[in-house]
Design a protein around this ligand. Structure first.
Ligand code: ATR
Length: 275
């Protein structure tokens, strides 16, 4: 019997998740289908519960509903508790179990696909919204030397650091919040853009000179050569967009639902060819 899954968002028409999961299912021989579900801005909960009541096995959640999903689920699995956002829901055994696989997706893309181990690296994370909350704990778990969070509205970066304070000791030199203008003179091995600036053709007010020799600039937005990527490349940094993270977070969701791990490399290659 075919099992049913969906990605719920608004908008959702652009989502690559159906193509990714269809490819995972083909590759692993799993009998499932996966569709896009457009929920009204004020109708997330009823759309998800209707999908479940009609036999759906699970959903992915995308913007703007990840925090609402965190409130909806009855159990927080994995990193979801700390992330304050849920991107994967499993309706197993009558429950509504929520996970956040974005952070694992990012770390897997960095470490396995891009061969960039986070351990002992100086990491700068830009942004203090939902995307940032989703990745802080997995980044700290990968044992960077230090983690700095910078944001246009500095108080929100301070709030991120306070929220994750109990994990700060995972980084030998700890975690701190700094406004962009105070970053001049600091150098980082990994700079991650978790802001939404790239979507509007902008970039955070990052001073020049923050990229250490051999640094990687990671843009969570995918499919665009954003101003941040251009800025970083002009300063000699290696750049990557968030396509690998997208596929890896999907693979983690697929594993939660189906118990099998798809091979992500051919799917990343397929999406790159289509981009
Ligand atoms: P998401 O869930 O994608 O993180 P969000 O919660 O709206 O979305 O957060 C967007 C983040 O991008 C915020 O950190 C925002 O900075 P502010 O907190 O100061 O609003 C950041 N951001 C968006 N546009 C930006 C820009 N042009 N320059 C710098 N930061 C920007």
């Amino acid at each position: 019997m075919t099992d049913h899954y969906a990605v719920v968002g608004n908008p959702v028409a652009h989502s690559a998740s159906p193509a990714i999961h269809a490819e995972f299912a083909r590759q692993t021989g799993q009998d499932l289908d996966y569709v896009r579900l457009l929920a009204p801005r004020d109708g997330f909960k009823s759309a998800v519960l209707k999908f479940r009541d009609e036999g759906g096995k699970g959903v992915n959640v995308t913007l703007p509903f990840k925090h609402e999903a965190w409130n909806l689920v009855t159990v927080h699995g994995g990193d979801a508790q700390y992330a304050r956002a849920v991107n994967t829901i499993d309706f197993r055994d009558g429950g509504i179990i929520g996970y956040n696989t974005d952070g694992i997706g990012l770390v897997t893309d960095l470490e396995r696909n891009l061969k960039f181990p986070i351990r002992n690296k100086r990491v700068l994370l830009m942004g203090a919204g939902g995307a940032t909350y989703g990745v802080v704990h997995p980044i700290l778990n990968a044992r960077p030397e230090l983690l700095v969070v910078a944001n246009r509205t500095p108080g929100k970066a301070v709030a991120v650091v306070a929220h994750f304070q109990k994990f700060a000791k995972l980084a030998p030199r700890g975690m701190s919040a700094q406004p962009y203008q105070q970053l001049g003179g600091s150098q980082f091995d990994l700079v991650i853009n978790a802001t939404s600036a790239g979507l509007s053709g902008e970039m955070p007010a990052l001073p020049p000179g923050v990229f250490a020799a051999g640094a990687l600039a990671y843009e969570m937005v995918y499919g665009q050569h954003t101003p941040f990527m251009k800025f970083a490349a002009a300063q000699g940094a290696r750049t990557a967009d968030g396509l690998g993270m997208l596929v890896e977070q999907a693979a983690e969701a697929f594993f939660i639902w189906r118990g099998v791990r798809p091979d992500t490399a051919p799917v990343i290659a397929m999406l790159k060819r289509e981009a």
